[in-house]
Design a binder for this molecule. Structure first.
Ligand SMILES: [Fe+2]
Ligand SMILES: [Fe+2]
Length: 215
């Protein structure tokens, strides 16, 4: 017998996302879920909507990979989440509120902008998981996957390419991750991003000094 309610969704997400190795698997979903509970409580969001959205937010990843990036996992994930929630007996209002969060969690163009507090919290939680000590760890895991070097202080970052041996954690931070703190949508998210950002700056400064033999 399948469990219904939040626990049922949690079990299903664990089963599906554990198959997905790497940066967007179950570990990521669980961290985003914890961040959502923390930020959501401080911001006064509806935690039932938020927890469901957090657990399900990357459920469309497999579809995106299978299409080699043609299908957006936020759009595919919202569709798949709607089916799951309907099957598990959630009301149509809950389904609509949760799927809006999922569909807008990537938010690049104006048309996918998060419209609700829950969607803004999920967006911030998902971005925060790329920052701080977790962000450093994830950046090195990814660098390891593509066979990148530990650090490349002598290389001009502008000349390097992603998915190459020069695609180091430091490059990832300099090119992408250092811009995330300017994109936060809630007050709590902004505060946490600022703190996590500062930690990464000091980590990479220290790494640089150590690699140069100065510390
Ligand atoms: Fe995502
Ligand atoms: Fe995510």
């Amino acid at each position: 017998m399948e469990t219904n309610g939040l626990d049922g969704v949690r079990e299903l997400c664990r089963r599906v996302l554990e198959e997905e190795a790497g940066a967007h698997g179950w570990d990521h979903a669980e961290r985003v879920w914890r961040l959502c509970r923390h930020i959501g409580a401080l911001e006064g969001a509806n935690l039932e909507i938020l927890e469901l959205a957090a657990l399900l937010h990357d459920i469309g990843r497999a579809e995106e990979s299978a299409s080699r990036g043609k299908v957006c996992h936020a759009v595919a994930g919202a569709r798949r989440a709607a089916n799951i929630l309907e099957q598990k007996g959630f009301s149509s209002e809950t389904v609509a509120r949760v799927t809006h969060c999922i569909a807008s969690h990537r938010f690049r163009g104006e048309n996918s902008r998060p419209q609700t507090l829950e969607a803004r919290v999920l967006f911030d939680a998902d971005k925060l998981d790329a920052l701080g000590a977790v962000g450093v760890g994830r950046a090195f895991l990814f660098a390891g996957e593509v066979g990148a070097r530990l650090h490349n202080p002598e290389v001009d970052i502008a000349e390097t390419r992603s998915y190459s041996r020069q695609d180091t954690a430091y490059r990832e931070f300099t090119v992408k991750l250092c811009k995330i703190r300017d994109r936060m949508l809630t007050e709590t998210g902004r505060r946490m991003a600022e703190d996590r950002h500062a930690f990464m700056v000091s980590f990479f400064r220290r790494l640089d000094l150590e690699v140069r033999g100065d510390r």
